[in-house]
Write a protein that binds this ligand. Structure first.
Ligand code: AMP
Length: 195
């Protein structure tokens, strides 16, 4: 297999959610990564949207790197079909390794685990631990409420526009992904060892 052109770290739900649009988006992301010759980096689970994006990427011929803490191997049904499956000591190691292996990040619909991962990588970016692009795919308006609230935070000056600008968001998957990958190559800062 040739070397992947990029690694995209995808954060998403360990459940499928109610709207089939979420699953369709996860499939489309996996297939898009494969079509572009890229590699998926994700949390290594086989359930929910996590399993869906991994299976779609694998079936379409992409490399898939799964990274899961040992305590979650059973709980999240570690995906044994990953090209690389890393079983790490704890959640912190998982998230650091996912971030290190990625050229860009994308959050799909998900729950608190997804929110936490998105916000963490966003705060790491504002602090200068990395300068990799971050995307939020707003499938079927799932994140409308969150985006509205973030504007409330900007209006109340707990956040600046520049911080909001560190996240690219939209509902058009191929446009958003193309934009992330376009900016992924320019990443020069890597202070992840300071986390
Ligand atoms: P969820 O969005 O809640 O379905 O979780 C998606 C993924 O985020 C799962 O693989 C969780 O293990 C992971 N995750 C990452 N950080 C956390 C955290 N602090 N608490 C819970 N789940 C987390």
């Amino acid at each position: 297999m040739t070397r992947p052109t990029f690694s995209l770290c995808v954060y998403c739900g360990s459940r499928p959610g109610t709207d089939s649009a979420y699953e369709q988006a996860a499939i489309a992301v996996g297939q898009w990564i494969a079509r572009q010759g890229g590699q998926l980096v994700y949390g290594g689970g086989s359930g929910g949207l996590m399993g869906t994006v991994a299976n779609a990427a694998l079936e379409a011929g992409a490399r898939v790197v799964g990274i899961i803490p040992k305590a979650l191997v059973e709980k999240e049904w570690a995906h044994r079909g990953c090209t690389e499956l890393h079983i790490v000591d704890n959640m912190h190691d998982r998230k650091r390794m996912m971030a290190e292996r990625a050229d860009a990040f994308l959050a799909l619909p998900g729950g608190i685990g997804t929110f936490e991962e998105l916000f963490e990588v966003w705060t790491w970016r504002q602090l200068g631990y990395h300068d990799k692009p971050i995307g939020l795919l707003n499938t079927a308006g799932y994140y409308d409420g969150l985006l509205k609230f973030l504007q409330t935070a900007v209006k109340n000056q707990f956040m600046g526009d520049w911080q909001m600008g560190l996240i690219r968001h939209g509902s058009n998957l191929s446009e958003l992904l193309a934009e992330l990958i376009r900016h992924a190559g320019t990443s020069a800062t890597n202070n992840m060892d300071q986390i």
